[in-house]
Design a protein around this ligand. Structure first.
Ligand SMILES: Cc1cc2nc3c(=O)[nH]c(=O)nc-3n(C[C@H](O)[C@H](O)[C@H](O)COP(=O)(O)O)c2cc1C
Ligand code: SF4
Ligand code: SF4
Length: 442
């Protein structure tokens, strides 16, 4: 049986599955039950500075996007950081950590851009026995309007400055949680690294409006006739989060900093994908809010089985293994040619592939009089749109042309492996200039 134990930024946990800072981790009652269910760690719901607790709205705080089966695909929220007294949270953290010494207990923090405010809260957290802190530079609503959360995360100088303060005033491992509401995630990641962060985590939620009530002409969730943008999360954000994790993992300047992956993780496979792209562990929020704490058991057993199947004894054996395969467009093999193939035995004759290819792709699918569908190799550009719209998995596949075969669309003979060309060697780029495509605005 594979060993799922992980050490992330010096913090050990029996498995790589942590609950992200959010409602599932906002009190002792929840966290104890989460640990009983099997979660390897938690990042406690973000604490703010001493004083009157934060006030949340008292109307609905969530918007949602569903799939056709009403499965929750995306969730948006306008909740703030914890609205429970600081002292109560700290006492609970201390008790929980004492009772679960083998689990990771990380405390999320968000206080104003002021060194003394950070020193004060770090002193208090240090007394709880917690394993580390996560700096919430990501929350995009409410707190950002008060100069915290994503308002900090969007300014790399602030990210670096606060990280330096935290490292100056605390010995605890420091994870900097980044906002995705920024053009280039490597900029704040680099600032965190230069500020001395032990790790970064990503992503926090994405600015969003999920729906508009057309009777009231108001975005939802609606609070007394008004709506505001909220933070988007859940399965829908996973592709965005994975790209950001991969960018930080492969960027020359940020490469090597441990990454805690967050964003739409619902199954062991999601976690394994993020980890293959360089994440050291996986944090989960929406999936726990949708299916309950016990989903971690599926995650643990699924990851275990997959690792056994693949012969990975520990997670470190596959963490980052897909990173070298992430490249820029200009390095892709332009002589890699495939053609769509339809398996008539599986086809249910719905015609979706035909409509998609005929109307929006390359008119490469022929419909016979008896609704048999076939691909015209001399028209197919291999875009694989038909594969993606076909409701039958495995019905349309892409066949790779071998060296020596002729592409009937272009008349080109597929070159030998050693002669393959990327954009840099392609005759349409006579200067072999990587910037040519950019300067032409393509
Ligand atoms: C209701 C709600 C409250 C959240 N509160 C916090 C918070 O206090 N601090 C924080 O760092 N992230 C907070 N998050 C963001 C999550 O920790 C996580 O980054 C995000 O939901 C993406 O993960 P997911 O797709 O698994 O939900 C919150 C998310 C939700 C849905
Ligand atoms: S791969 Fe693209 S071009 Fe080829 S048949 Fe499918 S949709 Fe048409
Ligand atoms: S989309 Fe798939 S199932 Fe539908 S006609 Fe095309 S190949 Fe057949």
């Amino acid at each position: 049986m594979a060993d799922l134990k992980t050490t992330f930024a010096g913090i050990t946990s029996p498995n790589p599955f942590w609950l992200a800072s959010a409602p599932p981790t906002d009190k002792e009652y929840n966290v104890r039950r989460a640990f009983e269910a099997g979660w390897g760690g938690v990042v406690w719901k973000t604490l703010g500075e001493e004083g009157p607790p934060v006030v949340n709205v008292n109307g609905p705080r969530y918007g949602a996007i569903w799939g056709a089966d009403r499965r929750l695909l995306g969730l948006n929220n306008i909740e703030l950081i914890t609205d429970r007294p600081l002292e109560t949270n700290l006492e609970e953290i201390k008790r929980v950590k004492a009772d679960y010494p083998d689990r990771a207990v990380v405390v999320s923090l968000m206080v104003p851009l002021d060194e003394d405010a950070w020193r004060k809260i770090l002193d208090r957290v240090g007394e709880t026995g917690a394993d580390g802190v996560e700096l919430n530079f990501g929350c995009p609503h409410g707190m950002a309007e008060r100069g915290m959360g994503s308002a900090v995360g969007q300014v790399p100088e602030y990210v670096g400055q606060i990280t330096e303060w935290v490292k100056k005033h605390s010995d605890l491992p420091c994870i900097v949680k980044l906002t995705p509401n920024i053009t280039d995630i490597t900029k704040p990641a680099l600032a965190a690294k230069q500020g001395g962060a032990d790790a970064v985590s990503m992503i926090n939620t994405i600015n969003s409006i999920t729906s508009v009530n057309l009777d009231e002409m108001c975005p939802e969730p609606m609070i007394d006739g008004y709506g505001t943008h909220g933070g988007y999360c859940g399965p829908a954000v996973k592709p965005i989060a994975m790209n950001m994790v991969a960018e930080v993992a492969r960027n020359a300047e940020t490469r090597g900093i441990p990454i805690s992956a967050i964003g739409g993780i619902t199954t062991w496979r999601d976690a394994a994908e993020f980890m293959s792209l360089g994440a050291g562990n996986a944090q989960v929020c929406t999936a726990a809010m949708t299916y309950g704490f016990k989903i971690v058991q599926e995650m643990i057993s699924g990851l275990n089985q997959w690792m056994d199947q693949k012969g990975y004894a520990t997670t470190s054996e596959f963490i980052g293994r897909a990173v070298p395969r992430v490249t820029d467009w200009q390095h892709l093999n332009l002589d890699y040619v495939t053609k769509a193939e339809i398996n008539e035995d599986l086809c249910i004759k719905c015609g979706r592939c035909y409509a998609a290819c005929e109307d929006t792709s390359h008119q490469a699918i022929e419909m016979g009089p008896d609704r048999t569908f076939s691909v015209k190799d001399d028209e197919c550009v291999a875009c694989n749109l038909c594969v993606n719209v076909c409701p039958v998995e495995g019905c349309i596949t892409m066949r790779r042309l071998k060296p020596g075969e002729v592409d009937q669309r272009t008349g080109m003979t597929i070159p030998a492996e050693d002669d393959k060309r990327t954009w840099l060697e392609h005759p349409n780029n006579p200067d072999g200039d990587p910037l040519t495509c950019i300067s032409r605005g393509q």
